[in-house]
Design a protein around this ligand. Structure first.
Ligand code: NAG
Ligand code: NAG
Ligand code: NAG
Ligand code: NAG
Ligand code: NAG
Ligand code: NAG
Ligand code: NAG
Ligand code: NAG
Ligand code: NAG
Ligand code: NAG
Ligand code: NAG
Ligand code: NAG
Length: 768
């Protein structure tokens, strides 16, 4: 250990001076200092190993303690560091002593630290130890410390109290936020909080609804049951005194109201109210209508019983100048349009009476101009008259209002006359007659001569009553008392109905309304005939009835009469299904159309004739010519009018033979316009001869020969089709037996078509 007394002393002095001034002791450079460790409180300084800048001592044990102001931390900046070996160690602690291991920032030896390294404290103090062993050390350290302020930390969002609010959103250190409670709540705690070092200086305040309070200058605000909106508690007696400015009244407007009915009460009172105005007592769970005081001083009192509380109340109060009309209030047996507590000049309230009552007085009241506002009239009165005439389809009749000044025995008559096609249903809303002399009789008609329908007295079970008539008379009688009780009934007109007429087989019904004067129509299905009235109408009457029995629909079994054509005749009058009728026309007329019609039925429809009726058309008088003059013969009859159908017979003189038809018939022309003609050519009378047929038979023979030649030419090898062969043979046969030329149109035979597949035609064959 090398000691330099002067330097040491100087160092102490220096340190003392600078410490007193809060400054770092400044060691003159290049000169080593002998002390080790030290207490440092300045804002900055140097931590030096013993003998720095020369090698530190053996067996050194130095303690450095650095203490900065609160809310500061320390930064160590290494200027130089080296020790000889691991036994020469600088250990750095957070805090003011060598604390437990978790306070150690680090132990450094050798070259574990170098120039430029920075170590920060967590708090405002550091504690360093430097020890060296017996072995000669080399090196040392030069570390600068600096005290630095801890950066400012903002406070968390403080939130807002329930039923309150906050003003201010700056949560930085030093900022202040304010709190206030909603109307009706009182603030408990600090109304303003300040942020210091990351936390608020006080707890968040709370807002509570209190039990009672004195409110002076009560212009507007809120009053809540204690603890609102939580339930209030048992056995409370809370009083709120409200003083509104002179010349004003207080209006209470309830937002919520729930008190145990009949056990917990809110009393609203003003001391100088008129004598006839009772104290207002509120209970239950119906939100009360607005309440208006008579003076400017109001006392509210909540008194709760022993049971657990309910939801309580929330009301707003407001002082209002006395320049208005006060709600005239409800009337008995009537309703008003009143919805406000206050009415200003010119505003109106209208009244109407309940069903069965009549309004006496003014229907509408208007608030008059003036300093003390008043209504232009008193509210009207609703009273029930003793009797009346009612013609509407429904109505209400109530027991007549008592006349307190004139309690006499009365008979009251109500005549109800509804539409003649309706009857009346009477239903009781209430019926309670206390007096034995009081009764209500109902008649089924317009006067007391009608049959009584019902008679009620006392609290008789008041069943519904049905009239049959469209008129009903009510007679109510009571004795000379005003306490006979009361009743209320409602009547309705009900359309009278015919009974359901039902359906008719094989028909469609239209109309489901069976009320008087309505009609129901029946339409028979196809194939059925209506018997009776297709439309029936419900006739007014007592009871109403249908004007006709419902009809029937009967199956149609015959066709309609087909009629007879003009000039024609029909053979039968049987038109039933399956029967036929035939028509004929006289001479000179011609039947056009079908002669015979048959009546047929197809399902689901009426029977019908299968054809239309024919007509007899006049034939124009058209005659055949007189037969031509006949040589050597004659004909009968000889008339000049040969109508269609006329027959003439020809005969020849003796020695002559008739050739052709003996009889000719006058027949219709080939078309409708052609004249009639004779059926055949006129015959001739020829002199009788012995050999009459040789020439013609010779001709036939010649034809036969030529056909044979054709056959011979074609038939070699039997190539000719059998059909042709057969036909040719047939022709040959005919030429032998008959003089008439052969016809290829004879339908008996099939004529070969001119078709190459079938072979050559006869003509081609003949040419070939
Ligand atoms: C310690 O190091 C600093 C920075 O290099 C220097 O300015 C100061 O003079 C040194 N102190 C001594 C006593 O050598
Ligand atoms: C530092 O302060 C402590 C206690 O305050 C004391 O015991 C110690 O001797 C002081 N060290 C120096 C070098 O003054
Ligand atoms: C020490 O503090 C300084 C500010 O003074 C900062 O710049 C540096 O990053 C910190 N170092 C560590 C290791 O925390
Ligand atoms: C260091 O201490 C050891 C034993 O503790 C001793 O032998 C040695 O002489 C001391 N060295 C110095 C320089 O004081
Ligand atoms: C230790 O230092 C002393 C004085 O400087 C010196 O005499 C001695 O030889 C040194 N020992 C070693 C081992 O270097
Ligand atoms: C908070 O309020 C309490 C009592 O109301 C008072 O004692 C305290 O000083 C207040 N604190 C602050 C920070 O205002
Ligand atoms: C209200 O005032 C009256 C008298 O002035 C007093 O007796 C009462 O305690 C007060 N109530 C409250 C809640 O402050
Ligand atoms: C009463 O309250 C009103 C409104 O809050 C205010 O304008 C008035 O000055 C107050 N009067 C008194 C006497 O406090
Ligand atoms: C109110 O009614 C009374 C009697 O019915 C009538 O004399 C008076 O004029 C009415 N007043 C108004 C304002 O209609
Ligand atoms: C009802 O009308 C009848 C005539 O139909 C009449 O005699 C009677 O006075 C009227 N009753 C009332 C109350 O109007
Ligand atoms: C019944 O027929 C008549 C006459 O065709 C018609 O006026 C009436 O509306 C019909 N009624 C119904 C219910 O169809
Ligand atoms: C008369 O004519 C008819 C048909 O025109 C014929 O069928 C009939 O054979 C002929 N009679 C005689 C005798 O020629």
């Amino acid at each position: 250990m090398r000691m330099r007394g002067v330097q040491f002393l100087a160092g102490i002095l220096c340190a003392a001076v600078f410490l007193a001034a809060g400054q770092t002791p400044v060691t003159p450079p290049a000169e080593s200092h002998t002390d080790c460790g030290g207490n440092f409180t300045g804002s900055s300084g140097e931590l030096l190993s013993p003998q720095w800048p020369q090698d530190y001592d053996n067996n050194a044990s130095c303690v450095y303690h650095i203490a900065a102001q609160p809310r500061y931390f320390l930064t160590l900046s290494v200027n130089a560091f080296s020790t000889a070996d691991a036994e020469d160690v600088l250990t750095i602690y957070n805090g003011m002593s060598a604390g437990p291991p978790d306070t150690i920032i680090g132990s450094y030896s050798g070259h574990m630290l170098g120039a430029g390294d920075v170590i920060n404290s967590t708090g405002n103090q550091l504690y360093l130890t430097f020890t060296s062993d017996a072995v000669n050390g080399t090196g040392g350290f030069n570390i600068t410390y600096r005290a630095q302020p801890v950066p400012a930390v903002a406070c968390p969002d403080p939130g807002s109290p329930d039923y309150g609010s906050r003003v201010g959103g700056d949560f930085r250190p030093g900022s202040t936020v304010q709190f206030s409670c909603d109307d009706g709540y009182t603030l408990y705690g600090n109304a303003s909080l300040t942020c210091t070092d990351g936390s608020w200086d006080a707890r968040l305040p709370t807002c509570k609804a209190e039990c009672g309070g004195n409110i002076t200058n009560a212009t507007s605000g809120v009053i809540l049951s204690p603890g609102y909106p939580d339930r209030y508690t048992a056995n409370l007696s809370c009083t709120w005194s409200l003083s509104a400015p002179e010349g004003t009244l207080l209006q209470l407007m309830f937002n919520n109201f729930s008190l145990e009915d009949g056990k917990d009460f809110l009393y609203a009172n003003d001391e100088n109210r008129p004598d006839d105005q009772p104290e207002t007592t509120l209970t239950g769970s119906t939100v009360p209508a607005n309440w208006l005081s008579w003076t400017n001083n109001v006392v509210l009192q909540l008194v709760t019983g022993a049971d657990a509380g309910m939801g309580g109340f929330s009301l707003a109060y407001e002082s209002i100048p006395k320049t208005f009309c006060r709600d005239p209030g409800p009337i008995l047996h009537g309703v008003s349009t009143s919805a406000e507590v206050l009415y200003s000049a010119g505003q109106s309230v209208s009244y109407s009476c309940d069903a069965g009552y009549q309004l006496l007085g003014n229907t509408t009241l208007t608030c008059l101009q003036g300093r003390q506002r008043i209504w232009d009239a008193a509210p009207p009165v609703c009273y029930a008259p003793c009797g009346g005439n009612l013609t509407s389809a429904y109505g209400t009749i109530v027991s007549p209002t008592h006349d307190p000044d004139n309690a006499v025995s009365r008979d009251c008559y109500w005549q109800v006359h509804v539409d003649d096609s309706s009857s009346v249903i009477i239903m009781f809303n209430s019926f309670q007659l206390r007096e034995s002399d009081a009764y209500l009789t109902i008649f089924d008609g317009g006067d007391i001569a009608a049959a009584p329908l019902a008679n009620f007295s006392s609290t008789a079970a008041s069943a519904d009553v049905y009239s049959t008539d469209s008129q009903v008379l009510f007679l109510f009688h009571h004795g000379a008392t005003d306490s006979y009780g009361n009743f209320s009934l409602t009547y309705f007109a009900q359309k009278k109905h015919c009974p359901d007429p039902g359906t008719v087989n094989n028909s469609q019904r239209s109309g489901d309304d069976f009320s008087v004067r309505s009609s129901v129509n029946y339409t028979c299905d196809k194939g059925y005939d209506l018997e009776g009235q297709g439309t029936i109408v419900c006739k007014p009457g007592n009871p109403p009835t249908w004007d006709y029995p419902k009809p029937r629909c009967v199956l149609v079994k015959e066709c309609d009469d087909p009629g007879t054509p003009e000039n024609g005749q029909r053979d039968s009058d049987d038109f039933s299904v399956g029967a036929s009728v035939s028509y004929s026309c006289p001479q000179g007329y011609q039947l056009t159309g079908e002669t015979t019609l048959t009546c047929r039925r197809s399902p689901g429809s009426r029977p019908k004739w299968d054809y239309q009726r024919p007509v007899c058309e006049e034939v124009p008088i058209q005659l055949c010519h007189d037969p031509a003059f006949l040589h050597y013969g004659t004909y009968t009859p000889r008339t000049h009018h040969y109508f269609v159908g006329s027959v003439v017979t020809f005969s020849c003189d003796s020695g002559y033979m008739l050739k052709g038809n003996t009889t000719l018939v006058c027949i219709m022309g080939d078309s409708r316009l052609a004249k009639p003609r004779w059926s055949n050519a006129y015959p001739t009378c020829e002199k009788a001869q012995v050999k009459t047929s040789s020439a013609s038979s010779g001709g036939n023979a010649a034809l036969g020969v030529s056909l044979f030649v054709v056959l011979a030419l074609l038939g070699v090898g039997g190539v000719v089709a059998y059909k042709w062969r057969h036909k040719i043979l047939e022709l040959l046969q005919k030429t032998k037996t008959n003089n008439t030329p052969p016809s290829f149109d004879n339908p008996m035979y099939e004529v070969p078509a001119n078709n190459p597949d079938d072979g050559p035609s006869v003509e081609q064959s003949a040419e070939a």
